[in-house]
Design a protein around this ligand. Structure first.
Ligand SMILES: NC(=O)c1ccc[n+]([C@@H]2O[C@H](COP(=O)([O-])OP(=O)(O)OC[C@H]3O[C@@H](n4cnc5c(N)ncnc54)[C@H](O)[C@@H]3O)[C@@H](O)[C@H]2O)c1
Length: 334
């Protein structure tokens, strides 16, 4: 499998490193409009560099295009790769809204190529284990759930795109969509969404969000996310069930911590990415899984259709934040 990556920021460079550890799969080219950055990564891995996906597609014979661009650029590039007959791995969130996401899924379906989405939390062992325990029924019915994701200060990236709501969808679409996807995977469909956030305040870098989800199963989840917490990136969950409690806090594993407040554009490099103690990190595992599915002709664990479900929850939360009203999902989906 020959792979080309477009977008070499935090995620593109993470994926480039991951491909080096996947057997029967070769990173052959990278593309980024920041040419210096692109050349540095290309030299590190001995691959060719291009200024755009168009140039890369014109000169390379690829099996897979990996799209690691800011969210508002996903649709254009996924559609371009699909039209060229390439399988596509695209970072989460799938798209800026359902309409864009559906168009991407349809473009890949029409072209007969496979689309996989980077909801990497499904590859974090603690989260996988929690799903297994919940599904085994040993703790009984799930009553309430709490999840948290945040820290590291406000992410700084290309053209400060995380601060551009039209491009990133803010914290709700960009970050806690990981928890929406994980919870939907574990607990099933969401019926109703109610959310509050600091979004809309003049200084949008201090965004903090709390989203309540009511599942069709009757379970309720409170999903909290924050750009404000500067105490290092961390995630938590707690499932309160009929017969017991399941809890996780990523920071429990580290007894020594040092945090530095990040201020100003110049002092910050990229977005905080969760770490994992496992030997093969979850980013490598998700890409290995995707490449393996292509070889075996199987549907990947997180298809475009699956990722649309998480986009729906995020869009409902954004609507609730705007209107102050709960949003019912199931009837809209039919
Ligand atoms: N799965 C995760 O844990 C995780 C973590 C962080 C980000 N993400 C997602 O990954 C995606 C990328 O985020 P990031 O933090 O790496 O962004 P980034 O800003 O660090 O990198 C984006 C790169 O794209 C390049 N670029 C912009 N327009 C281009 C174009 N037209 N052609 C070629 N290159 C172009 C920029 O020069 C930049 O190098 C986003 O969708 C984000 O939501 C996922």
């Amino acid at each position: 499998m020959k792979v080309g990556i477009v977008g070499l920021g935090t995620m593109g460079t993470t994926h480039a490193a991951s491909y080096q550890r996947i057997a029967d799969c070769e990173l052959v080219a990278v593309a980024d409009i920041q040419l210096e950055r692109c050349k540095t990564v290309a030299e590190r891995y001995g691959v060719r560099s291009y200024a755009s996906l168009g140039e890369m597609l014109a000169s390379e014979t690829l099996d897979v295009v990996d799209v690691c661009l800011p969210t508002h650029l996903h649709r254009e590039h996924v559609e371009m790769a699909a039209a060229a007959g390439k399988h596509v791995f695209c970072e989460k969130p799938l798209a800026r809204n359902r309409q864009e996401g559906e168009a991407m899924v349809e473009a890949c379906r029409k072209a007969g190529v496979t689309l996989g989405i980077g909801h990497v939390v499904r590859f974090f062992p603690e989260y996988r284990r929690a799903k297994e325990i919940i599904e085994s029924g040993q703790l009984g019915k799930v009553g309430t759930v709490y999840t948290y994701r945040g820290g590291g200060g406000f992410p700084m990236a290309w053209q400060d795109w995380y601060a551009n709501y039209q491009w990133s969808g803010g914290l709700t679409l960009d970050m806690i969509i990981h928890d929406f996807d994980f919870l939907r995977w574990t607990l099933g469909e969401v019926k109703r969404v109610y959310a509050k956030s600091t979004f809309g305040r003049a200084y949008n870098r201090l965004e903090h969000v709390l989203v309540s989800l009511r599942f069709e199963s009757g379970a309720i989840a409170n999903v909290e996310g924050s750009w404000l917490d500067i105490g290092g990136f961390g995630t938590k969950f707690e499932f309160a069930c009929e017969k017991g409690l399941l809890t996780y806090n990523s920071k429990d594993a580290t007894s020594f911590r040092s945090y530095q407040q990040r201020t100003g554009l110049e002092s910050v490099q990229g977005v905080a990415v969760p770490e994992s103690v496992v030997d093969k990190d979850p980013y490598t595992q998700e890409l290995e899984h995707f490449v393996g599915c292509l070889k075996r002709g199987e549907e990947p664990l997180i298809s475009g259709d699956g990722a649309l479900g998480a986009v729906d929850i995020a869009m409902a939360a954004l609507e609730s934040i705007k209107t102050g009203n709960p949003v019912t999902l199931s009837s809209e989906r039919g």
